[in-house]
Design a binder for this molecule. Structure first.
Ligand code: COA
Length: 162
């Protein structure tokens, strides 16, 4: 049984994230989507809301399970017994960052491996930061996040600005 792990901060979950999850789920038997903490970022949404948004966005995908992990990536990698981590690549700088992360993670856990999926062109400019910026000003984010969470994300961002 092939198991993959798709980690991210998902602050919030976007259509780009869903596309990567959907494609990764096709090439494995089980995909874990792990909602984690990125120390380089200040997260707007609480971890439980980020889990809820990922679950709502991925409803109907039978081989996907959304989990939360607050520690190191290699720990959840070992705990779930995954064969590789999946990450979406938007640009050359993403590739460089992911290569560095993979190297660091492999030093911690020699069995660590990564599958890098190129992002879809039409989604590659939709980042979680752009969603937050547009949403804070009450802009339309319906083409950026999955339909299931548009209402929640819009309301929270509008409240967050006041
Ligand atoms: N299309 C468009 N944009 C995409 C995308 C796609 N397919 N996939 C991702 N993105 C964007 C996201 O929207 C996000 O945008 P943002 O920078 O504005 O937030 C960005 O690319 C990537 O963020 P995300 O996918 O949410 O994940 P992340 O890079 O924040 O996650 C962790 C990083 C959580 C995996 C990493 O910090 C981690 O491993 N943390 C645990 C601690 C640890 O083990 N550290 C490693 C030590 S070596």
């Amino acid at each position: 049984m092939t198991k993959l792990l798709f980690p991210g901060s998902f602050d919030p979950f976007t259509r780009g994230h869903r596309d990567i999850a959907r494609r990764a789920a096709k090439i494995c038997d089980k995909l874990y989507v792990a909602v984690m903490h990125n120390d380089a970022k200040k997260h707007f949404f609480a971890p439980e809301d980020r889990v809820m948004m990922a679950r709502e966005s991925l409803k109907g995908f039978d081989n996907i399970e959304v989990i939360r992990h607050d520690g190191l990536l290699v720990d959840i990698y070992k705990e779930t017994g995954c064969d590789a981590v999946v990450r979406g690549i938007r640009s050359e700088s993403d590739f460089r960052y992911e290569a560095e992360m993979a190297l660091a993670n492999r030093l911690l856990e020699p069995s660590y491996d990564a599958v890098l999926l190129p992002c879809r062109d039409d989604l590659s400019l939709i980042s979680s930061s752009i969603v937050k910026e547009v949403g804070f000003y009450g802009g339309d984010i319906s083409k950026m996040v999955p339909a299931e969470i548009v209402g929640f994300v819009s309301e929270e961002l509008k409240k967050g600005r006041n």
